[in-house]
Write a protein that binds this ligand. Structure first.
Ligand SMILES: Cc1cc2nc3c(=O)[nH]c(=O)nc-3n(C[C@H](O)[C@H](O)[C@H](O)COP(=O)(O)OP(=O)(O)OC[C@H]3O[C@@H](n4cnc5c(N)ncnc54)[C@H](O)[C@@H]3O)c2cc1C
Length: 263
């Protein structure tokens, strides 16, 4: 089976800078890491390959430094990777990102299963997986915490819901996004590290993907950041102590009355 995992490189810092003019994130010169959720997706893909044979490929969209992230997953045992890299892709919102990734899949051609992380820890929208499925006209299973069975043409997965869980069956190819409960990602192997040292992913530009230029990058993004800011820290609050729970409840009620929230 050919399993393709979408992997995003994210900032390894909480000190993210936003370009005030464009409202976009400044990614240059910022320490980076592989989106942690994507490591669970990679692990799951490697397990499918161990069971059924085949190939695990990773697909990413981002600047040239994403090659570092790709080397990291190669060291875990991933066979190959493709990087969608072009200045025209910069500033993409989730719709432009998922469209560009979908064009990458069109270029890849044949695949049996696509894994994504549920969210990327920077954008944190969890939209790219389902949007990608929509672009590719494929079934989507989100919030997957366990793969019960996977074989050519078929997958059965357990997904998390607000009330507990659901067991879902689907034909393949499909897009599956995973949560961190699904597995424990493996550490890089010595063989993988050796391969990663000299690995350089094939890069595809906008021209290589034959994209609609109106649907990529900042220009092709129907949503944009109007303003971003760090919320003011809240005051320390007050801890009501002393007495039993009835007395504390009565003190609390008094405080609420003082605030004039209710009588
Ligand atoms: C309104 C809005 C405007 C934005 N504008 C900008 C901007 O101008 N500049 C900017 O840099 N960012 C911008 N972003 C963030 C940008 O949209 C996201 O980085 C990107 O679209 C992915 O969304 P996400 O991080 O929420 O991913 P999620 O949907 O949370 O990611 C889910 C999964 O999708 C896959 N995935 C996501 N992104 C990629 C990728 N690039 N390559 C491979 N796989 C991927 C991964 O498997 C990931 O685990 C914006 C976001 C929003 C909501």
């Amino acid at each position: 089976m050919k399993i393709v995992v979408c992997v995003k490189q994210v900032p390894d810092t909480i000190n993210v800078r936003i370009n005030e003019k464009t409202g976009t994130m400044e990614r240059e010169g910022v320490p980076t890491m592989v989106n942690p959720y994507d490591l669970y997706a990679v692990e799951e893909a490697l397990r499918v390959k161990e069971q059924h044979g085949g190939e695990v490929m990773v697909l990413s969209m981002g600047p040239p430094q994403v090659q570092d992230a790709l080397r990291e997953v190669i060291s875990m045992g991933v066979d190959d990777a493709r990087l969608l890299c072009d200045r025209e892709f910069a500033g993409a919102d989730t719709l432009a990102t998922s469209y560009t990734l979908a064009r990458g899949f069109a270029r890849i051609g044949e695949y049996d299963l696509i894994y994504c992380g549920k969210p990327a820890i920077d954008g944190d929208t969890a939209q790219v997986g389902p949007e990608l499925a929509e672009h590719l006209n494929l079934p989507f299973i989100g919030f997957v915490r366990k793969i019960r069975e996977v074989r050519p043409g078929f997958i059965c997965a357990e997904r998390m819901t607000d009330d507990g869980g659901e067991v879902v069956e689907s034909s393949l190819p499909a897009v599956v996004s995973v949560v961190k409960e699904i597995n424990e990602p493996r550490l890089p192997s010595l063989r993988g590290k050796m391969k990663a040292k000299s690995f350089e992913a094939v890069t595809w530009s906008a021209a290589d993907l034959e994209v609609d230029r109106e649907r990529i990058g900042l220009k092709g993004s129907p949503t944009w950041v109007v303003r971003s800011f760090t919320p003011e820290p809240r005051g320390g609050g007050e801890i009501l102590a002393g007495g039993d729970s009835a007395e504390i409840a009565s003190k609390l009620a008094e405080k609420i009355r003082e605030l004039g929230v209710c009588s």
